[in-house]
Design a protein around this ligand. Structure first.
Ligand SMILES: Cc1ncc(COP(=O)(O)O)c(C=O)c1O
Length: 387
């Protein structure tokens, strides 16, 4: 029978009112926020309406650093290794810019199961002279041997998605990290399809650099996220690509009276994760992620994972008999499973009529990504609609 988890599913479903109207199975695109996160955003909207500027950071909010600490706990990093960021793709691009000297005339190895806009970024850099090598999947898997074929002593960076948005394939990140490190290269992981959904331990997994934003499995908003940079790489190997702050002017208009003992300009470069942060962070992002990260940590990622696995296991077992061919490797620690649909138009028509929201990507690929509040009745409804 279906595996049962320790989670209080009725309470979790009540936290996500979307469960009352429809069966939503597309969290790999965007996750709804919980009622708790929505309440935080409502408080923020009220502050914008009535109190903005007094004080500068809402007095009722937790410390501005709280999300940094919660995210660090989630991925087993130090808060000193976590910077606020605007998005995943922008962070990866900023890292590449900040690593220009380290990359030198070396090469970057990436993978065709990585996110398409990131591959686009690499293709443009290839046009501009960077040696970029793209390993291909084999049977819809990350194949470590195939990837290793592209890595040599000139490789500086290996860049992958930990969980692929295409089909949910999970990279064997420890083995890939080993290959990278054996050749003196670093490993970057796009963790947006993993963070909040599967356990992540960046140290244990050998991940040197990572990024994600919060609108998927972190149950937050778009345009806000996190960048992880291993402590010993900060500043030297990974320089800030957009320098900001760290300068004091000792002349008008910047001071009431110039101090004759100080130079006109004093430099005090920003250290730690703040060196990668430019401008104000998104307050919507900070406040919503305070709520949602605390929520996820309260439920516990292993419990979330065990529950979602019971749902995706059923999909993997039962959809092939209905004519849907799985393109997700079995027994993966992934919240996503994908299938080629024999008739994508009919599939979408049937699911829509049944009030079920799924994704049809890249022409004929039915992508299903249940989350912690979905239940086996949701899966029953989907299977009935496709029967
Ligand atoms: C693997 C992957 N990376 C990145 C993104 C985009 O994230 P962002 O808007 O944070 O760049 C997505 C989804 O939209 C994704 O699936």
């Amino acid at each position: 029978m279906h595996s049962r988890s320790e989670l209080d599913l009725a309470a979790i479903r009540a936290d996500f009112p979307r469960t009352r109207h429809a069966v939503y199975l597309d969290h790999a695109s965007s996750h709804p926020v919980s009622v708790h996160t929505a309440a935080a955003l409502h408080r923020y909207a009220d502050w914008l309406l009535h109190d903005v500027g007094e004080p500068w950071w809402p007095a009722w909010a937790g410390p501005r650093d709280r999300s940094r600490h919660l995210f660090a706990e989630l991925i087993h990093a130090s808060p000193q290794e976590v910077a606020y960021a605007r998005s995943t793709v922008e962070s990866e691009s900023n890292l590449l810019n900040g690593m220009a000297e380290f990359l030198g005339d070396g090469n970057v190895v990436t993978h065709d199961l990585h996110y398409a806009p990131s591959l686009y970024n690499y293709e443009v850099r290839r046009k501009n002279g960077l040696d970029v090598r793209i390993a291909r999947h084999r049977d819809w898997r990350y194949d470590v041997d195939e990837l290793a074929r592209h890595v040599d002593r000139q490789t500086r960076l290996v860049a992958i998605s930990l969980v692929s948005n295409v089909n949910g394939a999970v990279a064997d990140v420890r083995a890939i990290s080993q290959v990278a490190h054996d050749h003196g290269a670093l490993l970057y992981a796009d963790i947006i399809q993993a963070a909040g959904a599967v356990p992540i331990d960046v140290k244990d997994m050998g991940i040197d650099l990572a990024a994600c934003s919060t609108f998927k499995w972190l149950m937050g908003v778009k345009g806000f996220g996190f960048l992880y940079v291993r402590a010993d790489l900060q500043g030297q190997v990974v320089r800030p690509s957009q320098p900001s702050g760290g300068v004091q002017f000792n002349y008008q208009p910047w001071t009431a009276a110039a101090d004759p003992h100080l130079p006109a300009i004093s430099w005090n470069p920003t250290a730690g994760p703040a060196q990668y942060e430019v401008s104000y962070p998104s307050y919507e992002g900070l406040l919503s992620s305070q709520e949602s990260l605390a929520y996820i940590l309260r439920l516990g990622v292993p419990g979330i994972r065990a529950h979602v696995r019971s749902l995706t296991d059923r999909l993997q077992q039962e959809l092939p008999a209905l004519g849907y061919t799985s393109i997700t490797p079995p027994s993966q620690d992934s919240p996503i499973c994908a299938f080629t649909s024999p008739d994508p138009t009919a599939t979408l028509e049937r699911t829509r009529r049944a009030g079920i929201h799924v994704a049809m990507r890249f022409g004929n690929k039915l992508r299903l990504s249940p989350s912690v509040y979905n239940d086996h009745d949701d899966i029953d409804r989907l299977l009935a609609a496709l029967r």
